[in-house]
Design a protein around this ligand. Sequence first.
Ligand code: SF4
Length: 411
Amino acid sequence: MRRKTRQVRVGNVLIGGDAPIAVQSMTTTYTRDVEATVAQILRLEEAGCEIVRVAVPEMEDALAISEIKRCIHIPLVADIHYNPALALEAIRQGIDKVRINPGNLLNGRKSLEEIVKAAKERGIAMRIGVNSGSIDALDKAAQMQRIQVRLRDDGVLERTDPAEARRREREYLVERMVGRALEYIGWCEELDYHDIVVSLKSSSVLTAIAAYRLFSQKSDYPLHLGITEAGTLVSGSVKSGVGLGILLAEGIGDTIRVSLSAEPEEEIPVAYEILRALELRNRGVTFVSCPSCGRVEIDVIQVANEVEKRLTKVQTPIHVAVMGCVVNGPGESRDADVGLAGGKGKGVIFRKGQVVKTVPEDQFLDAVLKEVASLLPPHEAKLVYPEGGIQEVVGTHRTRDEGMNLPILKH
Ligand code: SF4
């Protein structure tokens, strides 16, 4: 059951309450480079990004905001550190939300209050972002005092169990993170400002989970979930899947960002995959494919990867299965909107639970995509299956059956 949170408006997107869990990302361009930033945001929009954040390290970046906003269609968030003047300029430029870590703002509370007043006047939201990294730095002295090695009266050196010490460190860190967030919220509430979203990020999955859990017991402000500095495509996707997945399954989280050291467009399918796996959003393709094994009758890895690649831009909810043999193939394919169940040298195509036809191996991709396209609105169907079909052989590779070559199709 989803935790009940206040609802906050960010441009035309609602966060919290009963609003769908929104998917966010952040650009990697220099924000002052309006052309590159807009181009990247448009690619993110196409991938399904619903809110986008830009870094605002200098005034030139803040001054580019109104022009960027004119060219894009999703709410824009300014990421501000240290200098409150950048937040005030971003607000003047028409930003939809500012992301602040009050802990690193010059003149702390005084600056936050100035920003809050400006945000309130314009009716825009603010994310209070507390990161475990900045808490670490603030509280280093206090952490040092946590005794891990102790000389007993009888002269024996007693060491704290490292696992227990880590657990206590984490507990302490999480209390400090949540305490800070609540303190900052208190400053905003004193000014009667409540359009707040909170994040409590950490590069440690367990710390982030503990922090979000604790906060959600104490406050009903909506939560932006993220594992910060999560890593590259594989490590970052797994860490985000585990961290965000556990929290979302517990009903915690109102908007998510999957952070990857990759092109930001690559974050979006991962985010939707997490949400689809938990049945929280059904946008796009739910894809089922078998891992293949010694029973495989077709080159399922090749076909599955080709099909998935062709469907990345689809936003209509649709369930597609590509299966390697008759063991689980017909069952999974029948349950899907479109399915392929491999057999010796051929495959059975299913559509909405019914067998449509049997095709030879060199027509698998064509047949699956054609059926998928027939279930999509025209603008998406065109992306999946252009006029004239998709058959173009660019090479061959071997299937299990000796001597049999399967064409690789260009896309
Ligand atoms: Fe193996 Fe067939 Fe299962 Fe695929 S569907 S993993 S080929 S048994």
